[in-house]
Design a protein around this ligand. Sequence first.
Ligand SMILES: Cc1ncc(COP(=O)(O)O)c(C=O)c1O
Length: 439
Amino acid sequence: MIAPAAVHETLRRHQLTDGFPIVMDLEKSHGSWIHDARTGEEYLDFFTCFASWPIGYNHPGTLDPAFREEIELTGRNKPANSDLYTTHMASFVETFAEHVTPAGFEHHFWIDGGALAVENALKVAFDWKAHKMGVENCEDGNALVVMHFRQAFHGRSGYTMSITNTVHDKVALFPKFPWPRVHNPAIVFDLDGGIANDIEAEEAKACAEIEGAFECYAGRVAAIIIETMQGEGGDNHFRPEFLAKLRGYADQHEALLVFDEVQTGFFGSGTPWLWEQKGVAPDVVAFGKKSQVCGLYAGPRVDEVPENVFVRSSRINSTWGANLVDMVRSRRFIEIIVEERLHENVAARGEQLVQGLRELARDRGGISNVRGVGSLAAFTCASPAARDHLLKLLVERKLMVLASGPQSIRFRMPLVVQEDEIKLALDRIAAALPEVVGA
Ligand SMILES: Cc1ncc(COP(=O)(O)O)c(C=O)c1O
């Protein structure tokens, strides 16, 4: 085995190694804490592997012998789940459908990776719309289009590259489809949690652009896709009223409404899905990250086309059909979350963090627009430079967090996070703030 001190150097010889300077000890990391194998120091993990690790490290429920045996067995053998079925897969699908999928969504599809989950959600919509239009062959990249939002991040695969538009470097040099991109009417929060900007004007601007795009691409919009809360683009929250408008446009123009919950889904918001708190139901939801297995679920509107992708073989598919080890782990995670009501824990802890950050903003200044729900929280710094500096200071103080948008910091907590860990995080932020106020 390679020594911890040699990990970065070994990797550097073969690949880009610009990640964290620590080496994670998988055995010794626990709960909300990542143990650095090089120094023995522990980092408070409010980054959770880009919002993908839901229940902390080495949760006692994952040490259960039956689970360990199943993980070992499925680790030794990797069936192509798309066509070769196992009891392990059936248990996972049943548990997911019972505890995670909202009522009324009968269709599921599983694949590796959030971008491919979104990509296949778009393919569901293209197939549906092409059938509706009576088109047999979509040769032209503009025959069907996807309406999407500014500051959206949906991944870096073929189709998703055309709708992701956060950081220039991530998309600039790759060919894309010129699909309609519209204004994202994000809420700016005051320090009491009220709305500080003219949100109705913001939404009116978005609606005018949406209506213009429907006119310009008449009959060709297969889907409207939106992150229920934009993550990488800046933790941008939308009002339920706006999502309801999107629902109306999708119905009126015969497009599918797709929510990307890759970052917000699987209990991270305090409920299985963030959209459930908004009271606006989509037609298709793409998920990934915390669910371990990525994929999508779809509701009855898809059945308006009898030969849809969930009926007709091979329209959407992949060799592995996701990964069986991930399915076994996901099933166990669902059992643990439901048994320990971890989504309720993180809803309360998220509230504690947001309140604490608002107090810090009031008392110390330097940060504003504190926002969040459940494990997903953020604030905005005075400038991009101040944000980058604060990010560095927080990692130095062993609090792992993430950048978000041009000048925000986001927190992605594990669902098991404890009250004293939130206090500790707030203390570390308070200690770092004086160095960036006024920067
Ligand atoms: C909202 C959203 N969609 C899609 C993706 C892409 O997921 P992946 O990186 O697993 O391909 C991400 C990743 O950050 C995301 O936040």
